[in-house]
Design a protein around this ligand. Structure first.
Ligand SMILES: *[C@@H]1O[C@H](CO)[C@@H](O)[C@H](O)[C@H]1NC(C)=O
Length: 276
């Protein structure tokens, strides 16, 4: 899946320090449109076709386009996604639960779209407040996988981290799935220092426990599903690590790159953090 690719490429690039020189003069995508974004706007409208929500959703899809522009306020994408979920809830009450579910899926996809930034490779800021709707909890936008990841002075050895923590087993072992379809739901545990006091305020994506995650597993982090809680835990820590470096490389010097590394260890040593 495309978003999975974006995230995983971003993660694996962590290990390729000093990779390619970046063209900082142009944006990653010329404007707010990518194929996935366009599909998402259309899906939003399709989800309410034939209902009284067509107009409000049509308007929202316009807002959705603007919210991905580089100059849009930081939380605009999340706010649009929240409005999208609001509409979905209305749709559920007045039309059908099935259509509500479909639209919520689209809202979630929209929330995870990459946002434009003024320069290629520049990370987009994360919204610093939680979404209103629980369906959006823990979701953040994807980041430009061509972005700079770290300075060459970085001391640690992410290659060793990567081999351990970056699961490439997404589609694997459907045979083992049966026994794992209904694990006891883990309690929400936020007692992880990396969650409670994130370096630079850069929060980790939360693990969403799915009831029927399908063969890919019941533990979801952003757009990836995992069969094992621990693998999902590692992923949430690695995404935070990546975003932490993005912020550092964007010029934030309120912390050091090594703080991101240390936090990554703390994160993995602590408990996984679940969305409610
Ligand atoms: C949609 O936008 C138009 C133009 O701004 C506005 O007149 C209309 O009231 C909006 N419709 C809804 C349902 O929000």
């Amino acid at each position: 899946m495309k978003l999975f690719a974006v995230v995983s490429v971003g993660l694996s690039l962590l290990s390729i320090i000093n990779a390619t020189p970046l063209d900082l003069t142009k944006r990653r995508f010329g404007q707010e449109h990518t194929k996935l974004a366009d599909k998402t706007y259309q899906a939003m409208k399709d989800a309410v076709k034939g209902t009284k929500f067509e107009e409000v959703t049509g308007n929202l899809s316009g807002e959705a386009v603007r919210a991905l522009l580089a100059k849009a306020p930081t939380c605009e994408q999340q706010d649009v996604a929240d409005k999208c979920v609001d509409i979905a809830h209305q749709l559920g009450k007045e039309v059908s639960k099935d259509r509500e579910k479909k639209l919520i899926c689209v809202c979630q996809t929209y929330r995870k779209l990459e946002r434009n930034t003024p320069k290629a490779g520049q990370p987009s800021k994360l919204c610093d407040r939680p979404p209103r709707n629980k369906e959006l909890k823990g979701l953040v936008q994807a980041q430009d996988p061509t972005g700079p990841k770290t300075h060459s002075t970085k001391k640690s050895h992410p290659t060793t981290t990567k081999s351990k923590t970056h699961p490439t087993t997404k589609k694997s072992h459907p045979t083992t799935t049966k026994s794992k379809t209904h694990p006891t739901p883990p309690p929400e545990n936020t007692d992880n220092e990396a969650f409670k006091h994130p370096v630079g305020g850069v929060q980790m994506p939360l693990i969403i426990k799915l009831v029927h995650g399908g063969p890919d597993g019941d533990f979801q982090v952003l757009n990836s599903k995992f069969q094992q809680k621990d693998t999902a835990h590692n992923r949430q820590c690695d995404v935070q690590h990546n975003l932490c470096f993005n912020k550092f490389n964007a010029g934030d010097r309120s912390f050091q790159g090594s703080d991101c590394d240390n936090q990554n260890n703390v994160c993995k040593a602590g408990p996984p953090v679940f969305a409610k």
